[in-house]
Ligand binder design. Structure first.
Ligand code: ADP
Length: 169
């Protein structure tokens, strides 16, 4: 039984994340989406909101569960019996950081392996940071995040969503 964890901030969940979740869930036996409870990081959505958004989107994937964790990823993996870390790779800018983290985690626990899925072409530019930047100015985020979360995101910034051509979203 191969249990993997896909860790991240998911603040907010983007279509790029959803793509990695769906694809990796077809590779491993069980996938836990692990939402990092990083209190030092100022997040737009609370931990509970982020967990519940991911649960809503993964409801139909039978081998995917969602949980949150504090502290060291390898310690949490020990706790839940996971041995694989799933990460997404976008541009080359992701690479150096991801390599460092993967190697450090492997040194911390040699049973832990990191697997990387390359981003799907249409999401290669997409990050939660970009979504927040666009949303904060009332930009169109309909191609970046699941449709049911669009209004929630605009509400956080108290901006009015853009009027889109052809009847909108
Ligand atoms: P972000 O980098 O968007 O703020 P996270 O810190 O939550 O998101 O990232 C969690 C993981 O998801 C990381 O491995 C990151 O590289 C990956 N990821 C994020 N966006 C994408 C995307 N558009 N395509 C592929 N992987 C992605």
């Amino acid at each position: 039984m191969k249990r993997a964890i896909y860790p991240g901030s998911f603040d907010p969940l983007t279509l790029g994340h959803v793509d990695i979740i769906e694809r990796s869930s077809r590779i491993v036996d069980e996938l836990v989406v692990g939402v990092l409870n990083n209190s030092a990081k100022n997040s737009l959505f609370s931990l509970e909101e982020r967990v519940s958004m991911i649960r809503e989107m993964t409801d139909l994937l039978p081998n995917v569960t969602v949980s949150s964790f504090n502290g060291l990823l390898v310690d949490y993996m020990d706790e839940i019996g996971a041995t694989i870390i799933v990460r997404g790779l976008r541009a080359v800018t992701d690479f150096e950081y991801e390599l460092q983290i993967a190697q450090t985690n492997h040194v911390e626990n040699p049973n832990v392996e990191t697997i990387f899925l390359t981003t799907s072409l249409q999401y290669s530019y997409l990050s939660s940071t970009i979504v927040k930047e666009f949303a904060s100015y009332g930009g169109d985020i309909s191609k970046f995040v699941p449709a049911q979360f669009i209004d929630k995101i605009y509400q956080k910034y108290a901006v009015r969503p853009p009027c889109l051509p052809h009847g909108g979203r």
